[in-house]
Design a protein around this ligand. Sequence first.
Ligand code: BGC
Length: 457
Amino acid sequence: MDSLNVKNEQVSMKFVILVSIISALGGLLFGFDTAVVSGAIGFMEQRFQLSELEVGWAVSSLIIGCIVGAALSGLLSDRFGRKKVLIAAALLFIIGSIGSAIPDTFTGYIIARIIGGIGIGFTSTLCPLYNAEIAPAKYRGRLVALNQLAVVTGIFVTYFINLWISNSGDIAWGISHAWRWMFGVGAIPGFLFLVLLFFVPESPRWLIKQKRPLDALKILLRIHGEELAKKEVIEIKKSFEQEGGSLRQLFKPGLRIALIVGVSLAILQQITGINAVMYYAPEIFKATGAGTNTALSQTILVGLINFIFTILAIWLIDRVGRKALLLVGSASMMVCLIVIGLAFQTGNTSGPLVLIFILLYVASFAISLGPVVWVIMSEIFPNHIRGKATAIASMALWAADYVVSQSFPPLLSTAGPAITFWLFAIMSLVSFLFTWRVVPETKGKSLEEIESLWITK
Ligand code: BGC
C-alpha cells in the first residue's frame, strides 16, 4: 500500500512539474524580451538615426506594454480563465516579435514592442500565479521559482544569440538585418509556448470559482491523489464562500497587510537596482575602463551568475523558507552596493573590485528578491481575489522598473555612480527591515492556510 502511494505521488509530481515547466516557458519569453534590445540597440540607433531620447524609448516602450498587460491580466484571467489569457499572451508575443523585426519606421517598431510588452505583462503575472494555483503546498515555492529560472535562462541565452547574430555579418549587414533577426527569433519560443499551452489544464482554483468543481477535482486528483484532492475541493470552495471578489476588500484591515506586502516587495525588487545592472551592465563596465569586448564578456558573466544562483534559490526556497532568503539576500546586496559606491568614490575602479562586487550583488539578488518576490506575490492573496491583487502588485513592479530604467542614466551623469549605488544600498536596507518586520513566512502552508493568516489578523 505504501509503495503504491509513493508511486502515485511520483506520477502526480511528474504531472505538476510538466505543467509548471510549460507555464514557466512564459518566463523564458520575459527574459528574452528583457535582454534582446541590449544587442539590437546599437544597430537600430544607426539604422533609424535615433536621438538619445529615442534610444531610451526603444528600450522602455516594452515596459509600457508590460504595465498595461499586468494591469489587465487580473480582470481578464478572473473572467476568462488563466489558460485563455496565457494563450492570448503567446499570440501577442509572436505578433510583437515579428512586428519588431519587419518595420521600416521607428514608430512601427515601437507599436510592435508595446504589443509584445502587453503579452509579457500577462505572462509575468499569470505564469507564477498559475504555478502557485496548481502546485502542492510542499513544493509550491520551488515550482513557482521555476518561472524565475526561465526568466534568467532567457536573459542568458539571449545574450549569446545576440552575439552570434551580430558576428554573422559585417556592420552594414548589422544595421540593415542583424537587429531584425534578433527580435524575430523570439517568435520561435513564442510559438512553442502557444502549442504547449494547449496541453495544459485550467487552474483548478479558477474552475471552482466558476462553479465547476467536478472539472477541478479531475485535475486535483492527478496532482494530489484521491483523498487530498477531495479535501482540497472542499477547502477551496469554502474559501470562495467567505466574500466576493471585489477590490474594495483588499483595502480592509487584514487583507490590507497582504496588499502592502505584495506591492512593497514588488517595488523593492526594482528600486534596489537590479535592472540598472541588467539593462546597462556593458555601460557600467565601460565606466570602469573596460573595452567593448571585455564589457560584453563581463555581461555574459553576469547572466551566468544570475542563472547559477537562481538554481540555488530553487533548492533552498522550500527548505529554509522565503523570509530567510530575503533577509540574507537584501543584507548582502546592501554590502555589495556600498562597496561598489566606495570603489567609484575613491576612483578604485581599474582592478577587478567592481566586477567582483557586481557579480556578488547579482548572486545575492538571484537567491532572494529575484525569485522570492514573484513567489510571495502569487501566494499571499486569497483565492477569491488572487488574480486582481497579483495584477496590482505586478503592475507596481513594472512601473518601478520603468522609473529605475529611465532615471539611471541621468542619475549617473548628475549625481554620479557612487551616490547612485548608495541610493540602491539604502533601498536594500529598507527591503531588509521591511521583510524582518512585516513579511510573514509562507513556506509549506496551503494557499487556504495562508489566506487564514490575514483573516485572523
Ligand atoms: C525581475 C526582472 C529582472 C530579472 C533579472 C526578475 O525577477 O522582475 O525585472 O530583470 O529578475 O533576473
